[in-house]
Design a protein around this ligand. Structure first.
Ligand SMILES: NC(=O)C1=CN([C@@H]2O[C@H](COP(=O)(O)OP(=O)(O)OC[C@H]3O[C@@H](n4cnc5c(N)ncnc54)[C@H](OP(=O)(O)O)[C@@H]3O)[C@@H](O)[C@H]2O)[C@@H](O)CC1
Ligand SMILES: Nc1ncnc2c1ncn2[C@@H]1O[C@H](COP(=O)(O)OP(=O)(O)O)[C@@H](O)[C@H]1O
Ligand SMILES: [K+]
Length: 511
């Protein structure tokens, strides 16, 4: 699914108005109408107190349309105009007039703290104060209203975006954002919903299709896309019948050190479960018996030194895909070994964990990283690599520049893992907080490497690997719950995730 920027949404608005030959107010009526229908379907006339807080722009106008329709249909509604500026938009004014002529219950004006109404936990708050037009920090009294709404514990339904959240920049020191139980967003969700600083203010969201010009939307390329199941189904390649293990690639996973051999075990096993025909682990000598005992399916190579960490990386395996980093440590000897290893690489590799920390320690090594290599940092590793950022949007911009400069793919791990390549952001939609546990990143490295070994293009391997890893965790928590999930469970459920990819929804299966 494409995620449109605010600029593109405003353009889509104009294109729709021009094509349909309608006044812009019709779009507001449509948008407000859909919100009303959404609420009516759930409330079915219940007399819950509903407080609609409207700003002075088109987001506020949407709120006024909703308030009018709710009043007309007998709901218990109070509408408020949060008068944060005297510059009211023309469509807001039209919606205001329509409301005033449809009902005797006119909206109350809020201009200062003393005007705030009481809000109780039993109220429903419709948040229509700011949408994608927020472009500066609201005045203090407006932010106090946001705090009052948040403190009230009322159920908050935000229109288009939670007020206080910016569509095109991240959270800054003095910002206050309304905490939404549900956001109904027009046409596409907004990037801020998926970023850690701002996404936490939303419990659930859905998209309302307000009928913007389909041709314009189809022809508009976006920098950001949401990766969901159909995208992965298109990437997946079914196995033909007459095959042998040599056709599914040989993965080589380099890593492990004294006390951290588990990381390499997790990665190697995940590469197998992702479908790699053969897997070899390259570990320091002390790791050999551990690996050989833990996973019979995996072959092992080691260096010529009897150490707890690598002193060289010199292998015989003819690998189709190589990953380096899990559990490897950042010992100076390992840094030198990795430096020599990188110089010899021509094909894309997967770089994770300590191998990323080594790149951060010796930035000149970035020049040796092969094109289209996949780097999989969590935010801490990313910061060591690219430096500090001001906010989440700045982080994405800096990451995209770094990825472009080195022609690499960067997978920023987190609740919504974002894969960055060629200035494009791919947001993952699977995974859950059960993954916040030791070793799940090593499993991801294994999955991506196993896919790369099978011949998937590096971008396909990164997107499918991230999706699949999250999907396996989503299925696994039905058995283990988020608290009980451990990294090995994710690997164990990779097969179920493959099955789920093409499973029919339950209601279709029953037919
Ligand atoms: N195609 C779609 O998706 C459709 C979208 N629709 C709806 O339109 C919404 C966007 O509407 P919008 O452009 O009028 O902006 P909105 O968010 O209401 O802000 C209002 C104005 O406030 C101002 N302002 C900014 N910051 C401020 C501040 N801190 N304190 C005080 N004032 C501040 C700023 O104006 P400025 O003062 O900068 O000139 C801004 O323009 C969108 O979210 C959706 O709900 C539907 O109606 C139809 C189809
Ligand atoms: N709350 C969450 N929701 C979804 N995915 C998560 C969440 N927390 C962590 N993850 C995923 O779990 C993995 C953790 O990786 P990482 O931090 O490298 O762990 P480790 O170093 O222990 O292997 C990443 O793939 C990340 O996207
Ligand atoms: K809003």
């Amino acid at each position: 699914m494409k995620i449109y920027s605010p600029k593109q949404i405003y353009e889509a608005d104009k294109a729709t108005i021009a094509k349909e030959g309608i006044p812009s107010y019709n779009l507001m009526e449509r948008a407000g109408g859909y919100i009303y229908e959404w609420m009516h379907k759930r409330l079915q006339g219940q007399q819950v107190p509903i407080k609609v807080f409207c700003g002075i722009g088109n987001n506020g106008g949407d709120g006024l349309v909703v308030a009018r329709l709710l009043l007309k249909n007998g709901y218990n509604v109070d509408a408020y105009i949060v008068n944060c500026s005297d510059k009211r938009s023309p469509d807001f004014l039209k919606a205001y007039d329509e409301l005033k002529s449809a009902s005797k219950k006119w909206p109350e004006l809020i201009k200062k703290e003393e005007d705030f109404p009481a809000i109780t936990p039993n109220d429903i708050v419709v948040d229509a104060i700011f949408g994608i037009g927020l472009n500066r920090c609201p005045e203090d009294w407006v932010k106090k209203l946001f705090v009052k709404i948040n403190d009230s514990k009322a159920y908050v339904l935000s229109i288009d975006m939670p007020s206080g959240m910016y569509a095109d920049r991240g959270l800054q020191k003095d910002d206050v954002i309304i905490h939404s139980a549900f956001v109904l967003s027009f046409q596409s969700p907004k990037l801020a919903f998926f970023l850690p600083e701002t996404g936490k203010y939303i419990t659930m969201w859905d998209v309302l299709d307000i009928g913007l010009d389909p041709e314009f939307l189809a022809n508009t390329e976006t920098d950001t896309v949401l990766i969901d199941k159909p995208d992965i189904q298109r990437i997946y390649r079914q196995r033909p019948q007459f095959t042998h293990k040599g056709m599914y690639g040989h993965s080589l996973i380099i890593g492990g050190s004294y006390g951290k051999m588990g990381a390499i075990i997790l990665a190697a096993k995940a590469a197998l479960r992702a479908g790699s025909g053969l897997v070899t682990a390259y570990v320091p000598q002390i790791g050999v018996p551990i690996l050989q005992t833990a996973i019979p399916e995996v072959m092992v190579e080691t260096d010529n030194f009897n150490g707890k960490v690598f002193e060289e990386i010199d292998f015989q395996t003819e690998a189709n895909a190589i990953a380096i980093g899990p559990g490897m440590g950042t010992d100076e000897k390992t840094v030198d070994a990795m430096s020599a290893f990188l110089k010899a690489q021509k094909a894309p590799i997967v770089i994770d964990a300590d191998a990323l920390n080594i790149l951060a320690k010796r930035p000149s090594l970035m020049e040796q990283v092969p094109d289209l290599s996949i780097l999989t940092p969590h935010p801490g590793e990313l910061e060591r690599l690219i430096g500090k950022w001001d906010d989440d949007f700045d982080k994405l911009e800096k990451t995209a520049k770094f990825a472009k400069k080195h022609n690499i793919i960067i997978v920023i791990k987190g609740a919504h893992t974002i894969t960055v390549y060629d200035y494009k952001l791919h947001i993952n939609t699977t995974g859950n907080p059960g993954l916040s546990t030791a070793g799940t990143g090593d499993v991801l490295t294994g999955v991506i490497t196993g896919l790369l070994a099978q011949g998937y293009h590096p971008m396909e391997a990164a997107l499918m690997g991230v999706y699949h890893h999250g999907l396996a965790a989503d299925i696994a928590i039905n058995q283990y719950a988020v608290e009980g999930l451990i990294a090995s469970d994710v690997t164990a459920f990779l097969g179920r995730a493959y099955m789920d990819l093409f499973a029919k929804p339950e209601h279709e299966q029953q037919q």
